[in-house]
Design a protein around this ligand. Structure first.
Ligand code: AHR
Length: 503
């Protein structure tokens, strides 16, 4: 058994965790919307076609902000196609993913769904094939009370009160060569700044996220972020960051390496913060642009097009990755990394939410939880409060692409109002348990509430429709002891843990 010590202090605060860190993403792609959240006639659907079984799982997961309608699709999306009488809505070729889009679900259905699922909308505007004017109209439709063409059109469509969408994305992944209407940093920075200016003129209460680079591996990464942050500096609140990791190889050494990706994620976050702060420096301003990590997850299959026989069909099975325990461990460590950057990372959207690279899967007969559902749920349930600085003293290892990977990853969240302390720990060690000690004399009037764990003998274990409870959360209070202000815990090999203390 290895030994580890976690050091933390209730006065050493990183920042309050923004609740929108527990966000997700719903794109018109594959079976995410159709069959995922909306399926008229399905036995779990309400009279408007909303799948209530999915909505219940979204609530259980504790999802906050949901980004919509894309993703790559937003760059050719006509929002007007998805509002008004359904029989008049056009069927379109959705070119980004080569689906057939009948627009039977659109902006207003999404707003209805956010109420049922207890989430808040994060809308994206099309800066690929469209631009400033379209964004103005959509904002007017969503947020203006009435007496103008688009606000009255919303009323005519049955929505008397404005939707009051507070959070908006200025396009999607615009430096990705795959993006419809892909631009260079100067072109995008200019159109994003123009769009942002007028959107804030129309509704100064909104917050805006501009597109940072679509990924660390793109040649534009870094330079793009600095240019866009600088061009849009006056108008934006956030710069986006996107990250997907995969483990397409299957040896245990690949797993050890895969589990080290949180280190790369951490370094990417530092780089994007640096780009934002560079913009503050050259604008000689105390303003800080924060990060919206509005797409992050594990992805197995390449982001390719649909198989040829599924092209131009509605809701084909598309990147429906099945996640195992090691994926849940990486998702967990990525989450801990974001919590440890709570001062600058304010929004996080696990990509995506249902069926497409998702924690929730559906068939006509069921909805079930993938492994990655659990770390998300635990972070949302126990990760609200103030993130505390924490230092883990433990053994480290090297892998193919990383050096000095600590076996244990951690995050500590103190919720003063609820008198609750949550210690999150992932053990990346595939062979040995760890004995963890934490000096918590500052909390000695607290008691152990629960030690939650996600683990399985087989790190490749998955949940399926036939076996949905193969990898599930367990309460194992016997793994922790809290006496005289000292916490000692067994952190099992390859496990996700949440140790909750309460007064
Ligand atoms: O989440 C799937 C896709 O990944 C999104 O549409 C796009 O933004 C990213 O490349």
């Amino acid at each position: 058994m290895r030994k580890a010590i976690l050091r933390t202090d209730k006065y050493f605060k990183i920042d309050k965790v923004d609740e929108r860190l527990f966000g997700s993403f719903l794109e018109h792609m594959g079976r995410a919307v159709y069959e995922g959240v909306y399926q008229p006639g399905n036995k779990f659907a309400d009279e408007n076609g909303i799948r209530l079984d999915t909505a219940a799982l979204v609530k259980e997961m504790g999802v906050t902000a949901v980004r919509y309608p894309g993703g790559n699709i937003v760059s050719a999306y006509n929002w007007e196609d998805g509002v008004g009488p359904k029989e008049l809505r056009p069927v379109r070729l959705e070119a980004a993913w080569q689906n057939l889009e009948d627009n039977s679900f659109g902006t207003n259905e999404f707003m209805d769904w956010t109420k049922i699922s207890n989430t808040t909308p994060m809308m994206a505007v099309n800066l690929g094939t469209r631009g400033v004017e379209d964004a103005m109209h959509l904002l007017e439709y969503c947020n203006f009370p009435g007496g103008t063409y688009y606000s009255d059109l919303r009323k005519k469509h049955g929505y008397e009160k404005p939707h009051n969408v507070k959070l908006w994305c200025l396009g999607n992944e615009m430096d990705g060569p795959w993006q419809i209407g892909h631009r260079n940093a100067h072109e995008y920075g200019t159109i994003a700044a123009q769009t942002a200016k007028v959107m804030k003129d129309i509704d100064p209460s909104i917050e805006l996220a501009a597109c940072g680079s679509a990924g660390l591996k793109l040649p534009t990464f870094g330079e793009w972020d600095a240019t866009v942050a600088n061009r849009c500096f006056r108008y934006i609140d956030y710069l986006s960051m996107h990250t997907y990791y995969n483990n397409r190889n299957f040896t245990l050494d690949d797993t050890r390496d895969f589990l080290g990706h949180a280190l790369t994620f951490d370094s990417q976050i530092h780089s994007v913060i640096a780009a934002c702060d560079y913009a503050s420096a050259i604008n000689k301003s105390p303003k800080r642009i924060n990060l919206s990590i509005d797409e992050w997850n594990v992805v197995y299959r390449p982001h390719g097009k649909v198989p040829p026989d599924a092209r131009w069909t509605k809701a084909p099975h598309q990147i429906e990755d099945v996640y195992n325990l090691e994926d849940a461990l990486l998702v967990g460590t990525m989450f801990l990394t974001m919590l440890n950057h709570a001062d600058r990372v304010k929004i996080g959207c696990l990509a995506q939410l249902v069926n497409v690279i998702a924690p929730i899967m559906t068939s006509d007969n069921a909805a079930w939880k993938q492994t990655i559902f659990y770390p998300f749920k635990h972070c949302s349930n126990y990760g609200r409060g103030t993130a505390l600085y924490n230092v883990m003293e433990c053994d480290k290892y090297d892998s193919k692409n990383h050096t000095d990977i600590p076996y244990l990853a951690s995050s500590v969240i103190y919720n003063e109002e609820e008198d609750r302390l949550a210690i999150f720990v992932v053990n990346r060690d595939l062979d040995e348990d760890s004995n963890l000690e934490v000096d918590l004399r500052q909390f000695k009037d607290y008691k152990l509430d629960r030690h939650i764990i996600l683990n399985h003998d087989d790190i490749k274990a998955v949940n399926t429709e036939e076996n949905p409870d193969n990898v599930v959360e367990q309460i194992k209070n016997e793994n922790s002891k809290f006496e005289n202000g000292c916490l000692t815990s067994i952190i099992e090999k390859h496990s996700w843990n949440v140790i909750v203390l309460k007064k």
